[in-house]
Write a protein that binds this ligand. Sequence first.
Ligand code: ZN
Length: 382
Amino acid sequence: MTHMDAVVVDLTRELVRAESPTGRESLAAAALARALRDLGYDEVRVDRAGNVVAELQRGDGPTVLLNGHIDTVPPGDLDAWPHPPFAGVLDGGRVYGRGACDMKGAVAAMAVGARQAAEDQVLGRIVVTGVVQEEIGGLGARYLASTQNADVVIVGEPSDLRLMLGHRGRCEVRAAFPGRLAHAGRAELGENALARAARFINALEGLDLPSVPRVGRASATATSLVTWPKDGTNVVPGSAELAIDYRMVPGESRQELLERLQDLDPGALLWVPEEPFQSEDGAVTMTLPRENLPYLLAEDHPAVPTASRALSAVMGRDVDVGTWWFATDAPHLAAMGAPIIGYGPGDPELAHTSNEHVPVSQLHTAVEGYRALVTAFLGGRP
Ligand SMILES: [Zn+2]
């Protein structure tokens, strides 16, 4: 084990111990900023949104921005965990805890790997970022994209060390179905909004949805249904509201998917809810739709072979290329206009579970992987 091998494990454990549910990330931000200063970054700051931004400047050249989020989902049932979720326990070559895999391990590996790349005769600027509020809304990444620029972005969401090119988007659609309330004993006098919603759900399941190579098919899943009057079990419901989780493929717009759903019931009222978000200290506020766009980097983009060669050299074999099945901050960061490469330690299936952990061996490989990516994009030599 080298010194840096120990640093990445220690930092992962420290970040896990710094509990940081979405919207309350300041503890983890402070721990990350301290670690980046200790590693010798030229400049480390926390921006107005609460994101950590650290820079290394090595002459004139392009900017590589490495991105991870420092918020996590809640721990859920504490008794279900093999180790306490915020203890950062190292056991059997794995770091356990909420955020170990999604994605404090990646943030630690980026911090160490990018710092090492700065010694590889690179030319350009390296920016390591740990953003807030990825799990809900994406305020941190959206703010970052409006204040930074980059020529290539590396997103470290868990990929089991595969090279990721993107993912489907997510749009939460609400559908309200009108009806006419009546006594259930005189049901013929009413119009049953629940039955109408049921017909819509049935049609939803039969929808022929578009498909795109690499990310697969769009999906539309009914996830929640509320009827009025509530608990009126002897009443014909006068209205019903359905939530639909729509996963759109690249090229599909919100307008298109709303039209597709509207065709199933022209009388239904469809909309995408919006809600206000603010940074932990209230300095940044945004009203955001419950929508996260799809992202897919074209396989013939020059960044893909550069990344593929760099990662394959680290692995000693051809790196696997794929896409994530979940949404990330990539579409928000894409507003900077740079290609986005995905690569991170940890099994994505463990994210948000009570068995969340990241293998130490993958943390070490990820350090090398991030170093190789930065070095390749900034024309250096390890
Ligand atoms: Zn994540």
